[in-house]
Design a protein around this ligand. Sequence first.
Ligand code: SAM
Length: 282
Amino acid sequence: MSRHADTPGAVDGKLFVVATPIGHLDDLSARARATLAEVDLIAAEDTRHSAALLRHHGIGTRCVALHEHNEHEASAELVRRMLAGERIALISDAGTPLVSDPGYRLVRAARAAGIAVSPIPGACAAIAALSAAGLASDRFVFEGFLPAKSAARRARLQDLRAETRTLIFYESSHRIVESLRDLVLELGDERKAVVARELTKQFETLLDGSLAELSQRVAADANQQRGEFVVLVSGADDAEVAAKLADGRRIYAILSAELPPSRAAKLAAEITGAPRKALYAG
Ligand code: SAM
């Protein structure tokens, strides 16, 4: 177990992981603002981007960059500073650091060095979207960004066919049309879904409907392809998954007598909609 700064003899420095707004600049909590104003240093994903937020809130604390390309070296230096007693806040460009954002290496290194790490919670696009989507929210899975290339994206979605929890994805304007198309191809026309766009911003839009309806709607309207997106999709129906799996296993048994197991599983999955991995663990 690592030492903790609240225990006697532990280090004085501390790392605050501070959530910042996902659009509306006023979605910064009072505690986040006070923390950012009081720390010795802010480690920001993009110092120029964060300057606007800090200026808006009258915060003059010095910033250094911590992004995916320098996280390793920057973390070592920040840990050294905290071991010397400095209090540092980590922020990303939007929302909660570490959620599809850098920071994991710094948090891990700080904890390993016995430095206390404290979250200052706030906005997160996935949770904001879930809170307003009206899809089952008791159990959900956050899948982050889907792969950029269609073949890899479809393979990932095939593995999610039997997932019964609500699925949450992040998506960018470059790929929203293609990703919705692949969601329909892999998960079918009928699942209920929500496309949450530009949350907390001027053009905030939450569209709901079946996957097929949403895919068509977004593809047909250039305005609905602009900005930042969270895509939420209802999980698979338990009974439907069980039926597809039974079909998949039957077809796999027939095909695997003639074909290599991986090929048989791929075909059985394509024919029945059963998840390939559940048919063949190879
Ligand atoms: N750390 C952030 C969080 O807590 O949500 C997410 C950072 S990730 C690099 C950026 C992605 O989050 C965007 O591509 C989009 O999918 C989603 N996102 C961020 N802000 C959003 C917003 N205002 N509306 C919809 N999606 C948003």
